[in-house]
Design a protein around this ligand. Structure first.
Ligand code: ARG
Length: 505
């Protein structure tokens, strides 16, 4: 019975983006019972396979996605100068590192899966934990998918239109198509999804390396003219700086991903903090170098005007090999999107299993053992987001919402230092770190609302409140409207899915 969860986080590390949750939903074909087993009581079956190297790969592979290929121009528009942009790129890395260190304390203190969900449960009780799962299922994960697919599409379409700007409707259509393909892959089989992941992660690293080496070459040639007078035009608006952070932090999102697999890390109290301390500065360094590389071949203004920075970079530096850039970026973003949906399906599955969402969302396909209803549900929301938003508005929407919860985790840490002073903390951060991150997240949430309110923030707030409205009758009092049963049965037959329990009998 040993290899039931044959696709484990250890394998996933190669694929990076897979969000570490593999061993729980991963139900490889082959043996039904083992698959069901693995889903039913994952805690018992998890094996500690993620060592230092895989841990670093998991962090780096998840963080590097679409952001570094689409965010630089948005960030530059918001900051007004190359100098401040660069500072914010590095500051985002530092903030992610500090946040992740606090998560390391939380993750080694409470080693159960679900990261934020588990910490909120411990520190604040079930309602905030429910709210987190509600928001991440309905907002956070689908918007991640939507943003990455839009970035994918932007690069894919850009490759075919040489001079003019690609029409918006085409970009959206291709993004929807990408979501459909990724959904198909993830519903088809877990092995296919992780295979795609591994191949595509390699492409991501190639793209990064090409850009950095190209930039180093140009620098050696003495192309520093765009790196002078770097602070000209700098903004002093605190609201703009906060939204510039949103753009930058998107590229770093995923820094907390190792926390979803604490149960699988070998010697977590050493390897979790260590992977964080190696992985996040590594990503920060890559991003900083890439930003310099971009500026060795184009000016700030050209960077802002470029529809797809990496493509422009490729055209200027790679000559006949210029096609390599859009190809590796589309492949890389496709991989990120695949990994994000994979993780999303698993999150939805876990939360609905706890009775916090609709039952049907925790069901698994009877032959393929993929959490199809959850995957379809996420994809539908993502499609709606693709149709109704732009990359930048979605990133704001995402970052605003995500940082409410990242800030919440900092608060959870601080609260538990008081309420559970004697709980074992194998890794303890200096208290100042979560305090600083909490203060910054309050600033990140408040400044844009105060200075330049966007309708997206209202939507995000309404979503959270709507969650509370559902909580009271359906979760707290567990009232189930009778028509729900027939809806569930109908969907079960349509999608050929069953609750995981039934696989045992
Ligand atoms: N940082 C990634 C990017 O630049 C996005 C990661 C999405 N988050 C996640 N947990 N999968 O595209």
């Amino acid at each position: 019975n040993g290899n039931g969860t044959s696709v484990t986080a250890g394998d996933a590390a190669g694929g990076g983006e897979t969000d570490a949750s593999l061993s729980e939903v991963a139900v490889p074909g082959g043996d039904k019972l083992e698959g069901a087993d693995a889903i039913e009581d994952d805690a018992i079956h998890l094996k500690r396979r993620v060592g230092l190297f895989s841990g670093v790969a998991l962090i780096v592979g998840t963080m590097i996605g679409s952001g570094i290929f689409v965010s630089p121009s948005g960030l530059l528009i918001r900051t007004g100068s190359i100098g401040l942009s660069f500072i914010i790129w590095v500051a985002c890395g530092v903030l992610s590192l500090l946040g992740a260190l606090a998560y390391a304390e939380l993750g080694t203190m409470n080693t159960s899966s679900g990261a934020e969900y588990a910490y909120f449960m411990d520190a604040f009780g079930p309602m905030p934990a429910y709210l987190f799962s509600w928001v991440s299922t309905l907002v956070l994960k689908p918007s991640q998918l939507a943003i990455i697919c839009l970035s994918f599409s932007k690069y894919a379409v850009e490759a075919f239109v040489s001079e003019c700007e690609p029409p918006n409707s085409v970009v959206k259509m291709v993004a929807v198509l990408a979501i459909a393909v990724i959904l198909y892959i993830n519903c088809y089989s877990v092995n296919l999804a992780t295979g795609v992941q591994n191949v595509f992660t390699a492409a991501k690293l190639v793209a990064i390396l090409i850009i950095i080496c190209g930039g180093a070459y140009k620098l050696a040639e003495g192309n520093t003219q765009h790196l002078e007078n770097v602070f000209k035009g700098t903004t002093y608006s605190l609201g703009n700086i906060a939204t510039a952070f949103y753009t930058g932090l998107w590229a770093y999102d995923g820094w907390n991903n190792l926390n979803y697999v604490t149960e699988e890390i070998k010697n977590p109290s050493v390897n979790l903090p260590r992977s964080i301390i190696i992985g996040i500065p590594l990503v920060t360094m890559c991003y900083a170098l890439i930003n310099i590389s971009y500026l060795t071949v184009m000016s700030g203004i050209e960077l802002i005007e470029s529809e797809a920075v990496a493509v422009t970079f490729g055209k200027r530096i790679l000559g006949v090999m210029a096609w390599l850039m859009p190809l590796s970026v589309t492949v890389s973003t496709f991989g990120s999107a695949n990994g994000t949906l994979f993780a999303a399906g698993r999150l939805c599955f876990a939360a609905s299993r706890e009775g916090h969402l609709l039952d049907i969302l925790s069901y698994v396909h009877v032959r393929r053992f993929t959490p199809a209803p959850g995957l379809i549900f996420h994809s539908l929301i993502a499609v709606a987001m693709v149709m109704s938003g732009t990359i930048d508005s979605l990133i704001d929407f995402f970052s605003f919402t995500a940082w409410i919860f990242y800030g919440g985790s900092m608060l959870a840490l601080i609260v538990m230092r008081r309420t559970k002073p004697n709980a074992p903390r194998p890794y303890k951060v200096p208290l100042i770190i979560p305090v600083v991150v909490l203060v910054i997240s309050i600033y990140l949430i408040a400044a844009p609302i105060i200075e330049n309110p966007q309708i997206e923030y209202l939507y995000a707030a309404l979503f959270i409140v709507a969650g509370l409205i559902f909580y009271v009758p359906f979760v707290h009092y567990a009232i189930a409207p009778s028509f729900m049963d027939s809806v569930t049965v109908f969907l079960q037959l349509l999608l050929e899915v069953a609750p995981t329990q039934s696989m045992f009998d």
